[in-house]
Design a protein around this ligand. Structure first.
Ligand code: NAP
Length: 259
């Protein structure tokens, strides 16, 4: 029987590359996305020969999460769960409406907890694997993306804790911590007027996806996603003082019109 993988945010960016890798590795797929383009992505992936289900839903809403859970139930089994859908919001904390901060928390944190609570039992049955797409932003404060870094710190801490609880069940949890990656992510976060507005210096999403999938397959607890320079930054962040990390991130993420 072919294994089945759920990839949230599988319609674009890092998630689409992860889905391409899993599809090429004989997985059937459940692909989720916010916009209708998840259907086009699913159509492309059907070309790899497997069964591909597309779910268009808003994972910041409990009903949107429920749609994904129902798609998994309808498919009948789950072997791999990739929790990748996520957003950042660029700009000064007070300039952003509270509702937008809370929506980020509902998506980045809420959907992670909801999907794990509903679907980990399915993964225990298949002795499956979980890949959580966090960020190197999880390793420190992220001024001018003030709620984003903490949401990823939650994911990393939650994932490591869940991994320990699942020891002995055959289920592994792997955290992928990408550095800046060339997707639509920062544009969608409204960060064009920052250093992150330029995609030319960022990591290739396929490289990041491959590192995540390989780490998951090997059952590693975590991996940094990106080139050599990114690996070095990721390691350094673990030991730098919080104040220093905050100042460095502010330099990169502060919109140029406020400098
Ligand atoms: N790019 C980076 O520099 C970077 C660095 C570190 C970590 N990450 C993390 O990597 C993950 C993927 O990011 P990416 O760079 O691939 O971003 P991306 O290209 O913007 O793709 C985001 C994906 O999430 C989906 N999505 C967005 N909002 C959603 C919602 N409310 N409900 C359901 N799905 C939603 C999008 O669907 P639609 O396309 O249909 O809207 C898309 O499939 C995120 O968790 C991000 O935090 C990214």
């Amino acid at each position: 029987m072919r294994p089945r993988a759920l990839v949230t945010g599988g319609s674009a960016g890092i998630g689409l590359e992860i889905a391409r890798l899993l599809g090429a590795d004989s997985h059937d797929l459940i692909l989720t996305g916010l916009s209708p383009r998840v259907h086009a992505a699913a159509e492309e992936l059907r070309g790899l020969g497997g069964d591909v289900v597309a779910v268009q839903s808003d994972l910041s809403q409990p009903e949107g999460v429920q749609q994904v859970i129902e798609a998994v139930r309808a498919a009948g089994r789950l072997d791999v769960m990739v929790l990748n859908a996520g957003i950042a919001i660029g700009g000064a904390f007070l300039d952003i409406a509270l509702e937008r901060h809370l929506n980020l928390i509902d998506l980045n944190i809420g959907s992670t907890v909801r999907l794990c609570h509903a679907l980990v039992p399915d993964l225990i049955e298949t002795r499956g694997r979980i890949l959580m797409v966090s960020s190197i932003s999880a390793f420190g404060p992220t001024p001018y993306e003030s709620v984003y870094g903490p949401s990823k710190a939650f994911m990393s801490s939650f994932g490591h804790g869940l991994r320990e609880e699942l020891r002995g069940t055959g289920v592994s949890v792997t955290l992928l911590h990408p550095g800046a990656t060339a997707t639509e992510f920062h544009h969608r976060a409204g960060m064009d007027a920052t250093r992150f507005g330029d995609n030319s210096w960022k990591n290739d999403p396929m490289l990041v996806a491959r590192q995540g999938v390989e780490a998951m397959r090997s059952g590693l607890s975590s991996v940094i996603g990106g080139d050599e320079a990114t690996q070095k930054i990721g390691e350094e962040r673990r030991y730098q003082p919080e104040e220093e990390k905050a100042r460095h991130h502010a330099e990169q993420a502060r919109p140029s019109h406020t400098k």
